[in-house]
Design a protein around this ligand. Structure first.
Ligand SMILES: Cc1cc2nc3c(=O)[nH]c(=O)nc-3n(C[C@H](O)[C@H](O)[C@H](O)COP(=O)(O)O)c2cc1C
Length: 152
């Protein structure tokens, strides 16, 4: 049986989004999926090997970081299945996600799901606190992921 391959790719500045990416890998591996995690800079133009791409990024000034939009411009995403998440401290999650959704759809990609996950402010992490995110939000996101991805 050929299993669905999932790519989790992320941009992070202060570690929250990366921590979620690795936690997601652990959980999806445990559910029998084949999962790779890569930073957004490591992902080549060709996304063919993956059935699903989970893309995560922080909200920066109510928007996605430029690096995320640049990566989407670079990648061939026609007909690819995307699942999006952003991390945010206060607000702007829906707005940032909808900007990314629009770019993906304009290039012929599909967005199956998108979610905001509340996390500690980058500014507090820069002051020395550790990366931290809402486990409740992550659990809800995982339940939604399992509803939209198939094992084959
Ligand atoms: C430059 C900058 C701008 C930010 N703007 C927002 C914002 O508009 N809304 C918000 O809720 N959080 C904002 N944040 C907080 C981050 O989105 C949040 O802490 C996120 O989880 C950081 O993810 P990371 O640790 O993966 O970089 C901002 C952080 C930075 C560094």
């Amino acid at each position: 049986m050929v299993k669905s391959k999932i790519l989790i790719t992320y941009f992070t500045l202060t570690g929250n989004t990366k921590a979620i990416a690795y936690k997601l890998r652990e959980i999806l591996n445990g559910k029998g999926f084949e999962v790779s995690v890569k930073s957004i800079n490591e992902v080549e133009e060709d996304l063919k090997p993956w059935s699903y791409i989970i893309l995560g990024f922080p909200v920066h000034a109510f928007k996605p970081p430029k690096k995320v939009l640049n990566a989407l411009r670079r990648w061939s995403i026609k007909n690819k299945n995307f699942i999006l998440f952003c991390t945010y401290a206060l607000t702007g999650d829906r707005r940032a996600l909808s900007i990314v959704e629009t770019v993906i759809k304009a290039k012929g990609g599909k967005v199956l799901l998108s979610a905001g996950i509340k996390a500690r402010s980058s500014f507090l992490i820069m002051l020395g606190l550790r990366a931290k995110f809402s486990v409740k939000d992550l659990e809800k996101f995982i339940r939604c992921i399992l509803q939209v991805v198939s094992k084959k």
